[in-house]
Design a protein around this ligand. Structure first.
Ligand code: ADP
Ligand code: ADP
Length: 230
């Protein structure tokens, strides 16, 4: 079943009236349970596309449907609610709060969701155990390696039981070995929990963990299919 439907999507930043669009008439469908890699040169529109998929930005033209909801028709509050209920984000730079223990970083989305302290703690601890960090619940980010910090960030992304994980260069700051450990976690979440994964990468080896490759050049999709083309 389709989780994401993008129809004739165009994005133009409002910096100048005649600016050429950075996304040009993009259409694609991503089904629940897919594992998709997005590649393309710098400036080709990958981040813009991810921001729209993540309901952080809206299309200029065209339609975006996420989990059967027409995103183009939503106001800011509705977008935020859909985002929090549906999507977990993972970033290249981990984006953890520096002065806050791992367990409390992971519990943050649960705090925003209004869940009480005891339940937050219990669920955040379980999520850290799932990503192999059960012994590090009280560690601060700077006491953890890059790979461990990214695993805290993945645990945080899982807090609201998302259908979709959007990951922008999640291995970009990690060495090859650590990067493959992080990719093994995404693979497991995709296989065992059916979570849809969409990740941006510059590395062919990382794209090969996915089942589908979408390549952007100059705001257009130039490949949508097998990952062997990475
Ligand atoms: P990628 O992620 O593939 O590097 P981006 O989506 O970041 O590509 O950028 C696509 C194009 O849009 C680039 O030309 C970039 O300069 C431009 N762009 C990105 N963000 C903005 C913005 N907030 N305002 C104006 N132009 C932007
Ligand atoms: P970049 O790849 O541009 O260096 P990131 O991968 O860290 O940056 O972030 C990708 C996008 O997600 C950015 O456009 C940023 O505005 C947005 N973003 C960053 N942090 C958060 C956050 N905590 N919650 C939601 N969106 C974020």
């Amino acid at each position: 079943t389709p989780l994401i439907q993008v129809d004739h999507l165009t994005k133009r930043y409002e910096t100048s009236a005649d600016a050429t669009p950075v996304l040009k008439d993009i259409s694609l469908t991503i089904n629940s349970g897919e594992f998709v890699a997005i590649m393309g040169p710098s400036g080709s529109g990958k981040s813009t596309f991810m921001n729209i998929l993540g309901c952080l930005d809206t299309p200029t033209d065209g339609k975006y449907t996420l989990n059967n909801r027409d995103v183009s028709q939503m106001n800011v509050d509705e977008l935020a609610q859909l985002r929090n209920q549906t999507i977990g984000f993972v970033f290249q730079g981990f984006n953890l709060l520096k002065r806050v223990a791992a367990v409390d970083n992971v519990a943050l989305p649960l705090l925003y969701a209004g869940i009480g302290k005891a339940e937050r703690n219990q669920r955040a601890t379980e999520l850290l155990e799932q990503t192999g960090l059960g012994r590090f619940t009280q560690s601060l980010p700077n006491q953890l390696s890059g790979g461990q910090q990214q695993r805290v960030a993945i645990a945080r992304a899982l807090a609201n039981q998302p259908k979709l994980i959007l990951a922008d260069e999640p291995t970009g700051n990690l060495d090859t070995q650590t990067g493959s450990e992080v990719m093994d976690i995404f693979t497991r979440l995709n296989k065992e929990q059916g979570i849809t994964i969409i990740l941006v990468t510059h590395e062919a080896d990382i794209a090969h963990y996915a089942h589908r490759l979408v390549k952007f050049v100059d705001g257009k999709i130039v490949h949508d299919g097998g990952v062997q083309a990475a």
